[in-house]
Design a protein around this ligand. Sequence first.
Ligand code: GDD
Ligand code: MN
Length: 375
Amino acid sequence: MDLTIIVPTYNEGPNVVELLARIGAVMGERDFEVLFVDDSTDDTPAIVRAAAAASPFPVRMLHRAEPIAGLGGAVVEGFRHAQSRWCLVMDGDLQHPPETIPALLERAEAGGVDVVIASRYASGGTSKGLADATRTAVSRASTLLTKAMFPRKLHGCSDPMTGFFLIDREGFDVEALRPRGFKILLEVLARRQLRTAEVPFNFAERHAGASKASFRQGVRFLTQLTMLRFGRMSAFALVGGFGAIVNLVIMWGLIRLGVEYVVAAVIASELTIIGNFLLLEYLVFADMRSESGRMRHRFVQSFLFNNLEAVIRIPIMWMLVESTNIPSVLAAALTLVAAFVVRFVFHALVVYAPKRTTVVAVTPDRPAVGVRAEP
Ligand code: GDD
Ligand code: MN
């Protein structure tokens, strides 16, 4: 089997030489290439280049000057540029021991699978290398939640959050992936029923450097989960529902401070509209921002739309109540639902529509910086 080993790296310089040495040691006579997809801001690219020149096997690097979608985006870019049908994805910090690779390959070669997952939670695996008790608890809880949301697709997969797996590129559609944040395997498994197998592994301590996991990645993960399970519209609805509550809380607070209730309602609404816009920007439509023009322009559209919507909705509700027998609360609910659908359609198709003018500004497909060692 020919193989591309995809390693996403973000400031992993001190780990590169050790990683390549250990990969080389376990791969023996096998045919393979290593493809670093690098978003580093430090000297990692230079270290990779030097290591590639000295390497007995092919090592390539794709350095992204304008990283899109972080770790997940880097892996997708790796799938696009891989030269082999089978791709092995692993971290660059040696928390995924190269010594596990042969077991993954053997399982794939036995046949009948699209993806072989290295699992910390399969019997025989460990997660000792997770930073602390909090990370362990978060990892366990999010694994449970994720499995509960995709009971069928993740059946038989004990570690959907692992970043260590071997996959057949013909088993899934790279272009259908919408990577957000850290969990690329989940993105693949949740979209299509794949035949999976597991191999246990020991999640090791980081060799050098610092982890890039953060609270922000956690929020991204929850968004990813919501979008995969319920689609963009429900993420949009969640933001709207959250906004409605915040709106009332602000209004209540202002009234307690002595502000007149109509004024309080107006201030609360405007603040909520702004807050909701930011949530749409960074969560619901995060993957569409780079192609949909200027943020200032999107804000103006969204802001005007929401204000206009309020101005139009109230008289419509009044007309409904006056001209039919519909109770006022039901009329309000009907107009709110209609407004929600219109608002969603407007944001998805207008505010975040890909803008023709910015296509020029998008970086042209840069060729991979190929550093290939001569045999
Ligand atoms: N190209 C690129 N761009 N690589 C990145 C980025 C990025 O924005 N962010 C992180 N990486 C790389 C790191 O350099 C490392 O090689 C790998 O992705 C994992 O990042 P860590 O910072 O080491 O994260 P971790 O140890 O918390 O996460 C690992 O454990 C998780 C399970 O708990 C990863 O293996 C995850 O994939 C895994 O899900
Ligand atoms: Mn790590």
